[in-house]
Design a protein around this ligand. Structure first.
Ligand code: GTR
Length: 406
C-alpha cells in the first residue's frame, strides 16, 4: 500500500483486549433529541440526522450541488480477457470545471444478454495496475512513490498488473458480474495538498471545520461513476455494489451510506474511520489517523483526538446507514491495526436497525474463529493473513452477491 506519511506508531498502541477499556456506544435508535426511533419512517429521519452528524464531525459535508458531467468512451474491446468480456474505458469530465482532471473508468462487462450486477471500487495505483493488459494506458496522474513502479510520483511500466492479484477480473466476469474501477487519485491524489486542482478546490468551503476531506471526495467520485453507470445498458443499475479496501473501504462505506443507489456495500479491512468502533482503544486511533493523514477527514474530527467519547456517533452507525441493504465487513487476523474485533462489533451493533426492516443483520454476538464467515444481511469474516484483498475475500463477496444482490 501507499503510505503517504510514514507511520511511526507512538506513543504505544494497544493490542491487548484487556486494556480496551469500557465505553458506551451511542444508540442508533435514539435521535439527537433523545426520542426513540420506532418505525421505518422514524428511521428515515434519523438516517438524515446521522448523515449530518458524520458530515459535521467526521468526513465533512459533501457538497449538494449537481455537477454537470460529460461521459466520453475512449476505448471498447469486445473480446477482452480472451473473448470472455467486453472491456470499456470511459472518461468522466466536469463540464463547468474544465481544468479538473477526468475520472478514467475501466469496466469489464460479462458477455450477457441481460444487464449485469457490478462491483464498483476505486483502485490504489491506476487502472493499469489492476490488470496486466498492456493496452490500458499508463496513468499519468500523481502516484505515491513505491520503488520501481512509481518514480517521481509517476507510474512506470513496472506498475502494470502490480495489484492484479487483488482484482480477480476473470473470476468476477465468469460469475456474471461486471467490474468497474478507477484510480482514486483521479478524484484526489492522496496527500495533504492533493485537493489542489481537484474537486475540493472548486466545491466546498475550506474555511469551515466541516469542509469535506479526501475520503468525502473519493466517496463523491464513486457516486459520479455511479451516475455514469446509470447510462450503461449492460449494467443493472439496481445491483451496483460499492466495494473498497482500507482507506478506499472507508470511502466505499461513506459513499454507500449517503447514496442509496448502491445496492450493497463491501468493506475490506476499512479499520479506523471505517467499520471499526472508534471508542475501542485498540490498533489505530482517531488521533493517530488524524496525525498520519490530516487530509482524510474534516478539521473538526481532530477535536476528538483526545476525546473520542465526545463523538456524537460511532462507526456502527455509519454501518447502520447501509440498512436495509446488504453489507459485508471483512477483517484479517494479521491486520490488528484495523481492529478486527472492533469491525465485528461495528457490524454487530447494526442489528436493531436491520430489525426495523424485519431483517437479521449478523444474527450473532460471538466473534467467529478465523475463516468462518458469519451473518445474514450483514456478513463478517476474519480471514487469516495480512492487510490485503485476497481470493478468499472475493470468494465470500461473490457468494454474498449471489445470495443477496439478486
Ligand atoms: C494505513 C492507515 C489505515 C488504512 C491503511 C490503508 O496506514 O493507518 O487507516 O487506511 O493505511 O489504506 O492501507
Amino acid at each position: 500500500v501507499h503510505l503517504v506519511n510514514a507511520q511511526t506508531p507512538e506513543p504505544v498502541f494497544n493490542y491487548d483486549e484487556a486494556k480496551v477499556g469500557t465505553y458506551t456506544l451511542p444508540d442508533p435508535l435514539i435521535d439527537a433529541k433523545g426520542k426513540p426511533v420506532k418505525t421505518r419512517a422514524d428511521w428515515a429521519n434519523r438516517r438524515k440526522e446521522l448523515i449530518q452528524l458524520f458530515a459535521e464531525n467526521v468526513y465533512g459535508q459533501t457538497p449538494k450541488q449537481a455537477v454537470k458531467l460529460r461521459f466520453q468512451t475512449t476505448a471498447v474491446d469486445s473480446s477482452a480477457l480472451n473473448g470472455l468480456a467486453i472491456r470499456k474505458q470511459v472518461s468522466i469530465f466536469f463540464i463547468d470545471y474544465p481544468k479538473l482532471p477526468s475520472i478514467d473508468v475501466l469496466i469489464y462487462l460479462p458477455k450477457n444478454n441481460r444487464a449485469s450486477a457490478a462491483f464498483l471500487g476505486l483502485n490504489f495505483c491506476g487502472n493499469h495496475c489492476v490488470t496486466t493488459d498492456a493496452t490500458i494506458p499508463l496513468s499519468t496522474r500523481w502516484m505515491a512513490n513505491t520503488g520501481e513502479a512509481t518514480i517521481t510520483n509517476q507510474a512506470t511500466g513496472k506498475a502494470r498488473g502490480m495489484q492484479a492479484r487483488r482484482w480477480p477480473v476473470e473470476t468476477i466476469v465468469k460469475r456474471g458480474y461486471a467490474l468497474v474501477t478507477a484510480y482514486y487519485g483521479d478524484i484526489e491524489p492522496d496527500h495533504p495538498k492533493g485537493w489542489q486542482g481537484h474537486i475540493r478546490s472548486v466545491l466546498g468551503d475550506t474555511t469551515q471545520p466541516d469542509n469535506w476531506g479526501a475520503i468525502g471526495a473519493w466517496a463523491w467520485g464513486m457516486s459520479r461513476i455511479l451516475d455514469y453507470l446509470q447510462t450503461e445498458p449492460k449494467i443493472d443499475t439496481k445491483r451496483i455494489m460499492s466495494i473498497g479496501h482500507s482507506r478506499i473501504g472507508k470511502a466505499a462505506l461513506w459513499a454507500g451510506a449517503q447514496d442509496e443507489r448502491f445496492a450493497a456495500v463491501i468493506s475490506n479491512e476499512s479499520g479506523e474511520g471505517g467499520a471499526a468502533l472508534s471508542r475501542r482503544w485498540y490498533g489505530e486511533t482517531v488521533e493517530r489517523i488524524n496525525t498520519s493523514f490530516p487530509h482524510w477527514f474534516c478539521v473538526r474530527y481532530k477535536t476528538y483526538n483526545k476525546h473520542v467519547v465526545d463523538l456524537p456517533i460511532d462507526q456502527h452507525e455509519l454501518l447502520a446507514l447501509i440498512a436495509p441493504r446488504p453489507l459485508y465487513v471483512a477483517s484479517a487476523s494479521d491486520d490488528q491495526w484495523s481492529d478486527p474485533k472492533g469491525e465485528f462489533l461495528g457490524a454487530m451493533h447494526t442489528e436493531p436497525v436491520y430489525k426495523l426492516y424485519g431483517k437479521t443483520a449478523l444474527g450473532t454476538t460471538t466473534f467467529p474463529t478465523v475463516n468462518q464467515p458469519v451473518g445474514q444481511t450483514v456478513r463478517y469474516h476474519d480471514r487469516t493473513g495480512k492487510h490485503d484483498v485476497t481470493d478468499y475475500d472475493w470468494e465470500q463477496y461473490l457468494r454474498f452477491a449471489d445470495e443477496l444482490v439478486r
